[in-house]
Design a protein around this ligand. Structure first.
Ligand code: CP
Ligand code: NVA
Length: 309
């Protein structure tokens, strides 16, 4: 396969058939964890962080090693970018050294600038606007729980304006899900992201909806998702955010409104007693630990797909 270099900066950088292809590959690779070695050599992958991380850092490190490659993990602030070297120059240099660049940073325009100047794939490992690797893992988790994705209902409760909400809208619509976001005024999704998700949903048979009523969103849902109410960088507004979002807590009453066997999703880290109760996240069939493991499998499949083109 040869073609123009592809990036994964937003969930809709994979079309519906491509997303399904990556998820199929992830399922196959999960069954035989060491059978696929597209980075053998080893070829290296740069994994850069401007924000904290446990799962992303370690799942990429382990996954790149399992693909036969070498992860080069650094805090981006300790690179010359931290002293003002342009993103574009960094992209040109890294493209001469590694097979792919994975970056967790602040504004989406930063990963876009990296991709525009790179000649190797760039992967968004979380920005303020999107967390597409997480939603790829969550879609894999949903498939394992409920089978084929088209037509399933996913309800997301809480901060509807954050990276996870945006990625559920775009990634879920791409998968043909019915995505419902329950959030109060001031915490609703970016209208441009919502419009793009609706446009995608119209082609996949899915749908997107935003409501102020968490019980209505949860009714009959196959998956209930939430995320922290205070994303990285939002710490200053914590008290106000907690007060506004408390009615959107994922608790036993909300779970009771969902479909039997509904998957409870949280990208982690979780704050028990705030966006989710301990009773719900620690239930025996909670899907959150599967989600965390599936970061590894989904990202291995994504890297395989991107570097093998
Ligand atoms: N879910 C997630 O991205 O976790 P980390 O912040 O630990 O990487
Ligand atoms: N919305 C959260 C996700 C953490 C994985 C944040 O950006 O901090």
């Amino acid at each position: 396969m040869t073609g123009a270099v592809r990036h994964f900066l937003r969930d809709d950088d994979l079309g519906p058939a491509e997303q399904a292809e990556v998820l199929d590959l992830a399922e196959a690779m999960k069954k035989d964890r060491h059978a696929h070695r597209p980075l053998a050599g080893p070829r290296s992958v740069a994994v850069l962080f401007d924000k904290h991380s446990t799962r992303t850092r370690l799942s990429f490190a382990a996954g790149i090693a399992e693909l036969g490659g070498q992860p080069l993990i650094i805090d981006a602030g300790t690179s010359q970018m931290g002293r003002g070297e342009p993103i574009e120059d960094t992209a040109r240099v890294l493209s001469r050294l590694v097979a792919a660049i994975v970056w967790r940073t602040f504004g989406q325009e930063r990963v876009e600038a990296m991709a525009a100047a790179a000649t190797v794939p760039v992967v968004n490992a979380l920005t303020d606007e999107f967390h597409p690797c997480q939603v790829l893992a969550d879609l894999l988790t949903l498939r394992e729980r409920h089978g084929p994705l088209p037509g399933l209902v996913l309800a997301y409760l809480g901060d509807g304006a954050n990276n996870m909400a945006h990625s559920y809208l775009l990634g879920g619509a791409t998968a043909g899900l019915h995505v419902r976001v329950a959030a109060p005024d001031g915490y609703r999704p970016d209208p441009a992201v919502l419009a793009r998700a609706a446009e995608i949903a119209a082609t996949t048979g899915g749908s997107v909806e935003v409501t102020g009523d968490p019980a209505e969103a949860a009714r009959g849902a196959h998956a209930l998702a939430t995320d922290t109410w205070v994303s990285m960088g939002q710490e200053d507004g914590r008290d106000e955010r907690v007060a506004a979002l408390m009615p959107y807590q994922l608790n036993a009453a909300v779970l009771a409104a969902a479909a039997p066997g509904a998957a409870v999703l949280h990208c982690l880290p979780a704050y028990r007693g705030l966006e989710i109760t301990g009773e719900v996240i620690d239930a025996p069939d909670s899907a959150v630990w599967d989600q965390a493991e599936n970061r590894l499998h989904a990202q291995k499949a994504l890297l395989h797909w991107l570097v093998s083109r």
